[in-house]
Design a protein around this ligand. Structure first.
Ligand code: GRF
Length: 218
């Protein structure tokens, strides 16, 4: 099996990055992590990637006069590492159309809400404020507009009556750590492809019955 070569983009603690690195250790996993790139020299994830033996690159956006110059450097680093597909994992820079187009259908992102609900920041606070009973996380292909693009996979998390943004964030994060490796496996194995902005699953997947929040039988 020829494994897909993955470059992970991070800006912070890198817990989703770790979940991908760990999943990719399995011999039958269809992807391997070949580089981790951070735009912040202080990102906690850098140390974790080094400990896991993954080469890291720091490309500090502050060292570049323009967004395009920063992205050109990042693009080159990805090419140098022979990357086939990018996984953004807590990467906190807006990308321009040039970069997004070059990696079209070859860049995934994880977002802590059930998109298209709550794109952007502070998703857990906003979910609680709106009173949604089901929240969660999404892995999607990246498009120019932030937190949009064909959806590969989602995980739902029931909101509990006493949830705070922190408790809800912790449960969603746990779901993220299972979801991202699952979604990357689907893409890297060819079980999912995008055409005309639509996701196609091959073979069609069996999904479990709906769950209710609050439950039907409390
Ligand atoms: C995650 O909640 C992810 O969904 C969002 O940023 C957070 C990154 O956390 N995009 P980590 O760096 O992976 O721990």
């Amino acid at each position: 099996m020829k494994k897909m070569r993955v470059g992970i983009l991070i800006s912070g603690r890198g817990s989703n990055m770790v979940s991908l690195i760990n999943a990719a250790r399995a011999p039958d996993y269809p992807a391997q992590i070949v580089t981790v790139i951070s735009n912040r020299p202080t990102a906690g994830g850098l140390k974790l990637a080094n400990e896991a033996g993954i080469p890291t690159v720091v490309i500090d956006h502050k060292d570049y006069a323009t967004r395009m110059a920063f992205e050109a450097k990042m693009h080159q680093a990805l090419l140098d590492a022979g990357v086939d597909i990018i996984c953004s994992a807590g990467f906190m820079r807006m990308l321009t159309g040039g970069f997004v187009d070059r990696w079209k259908n070859r860049q995934l992102n994880i977002h802590p809400s059930l998109l298209p609900a709550f794109p952007g920041l502070d998703t857990h606070e906003r979910a609680l404020r709106e009173g949604v009973r089901i929240h969660g996380c999404t892995v999607h292909f990246v498009r120019l507009e932030m937190d949009t693009g064909p959806i590969v996979a989602q995980a739902a998390v029931a909101v509990q009556p006493d949830d705070t943004p922190e408790t809800l964030a912790a449960r969603v994060l746990e779901a993220e750590h299972a979801l991202y490796p699952h979604a990357l496996r689907l893409v890297a194995s060819g079980a999912v492809r995008v055409s005309e902005e639509e996701i196609h699953f091959a073979p069609a997947t069996d999904t479990p019955a709906p769950f209710f929040s609050p439950p039907l039988k409390p």
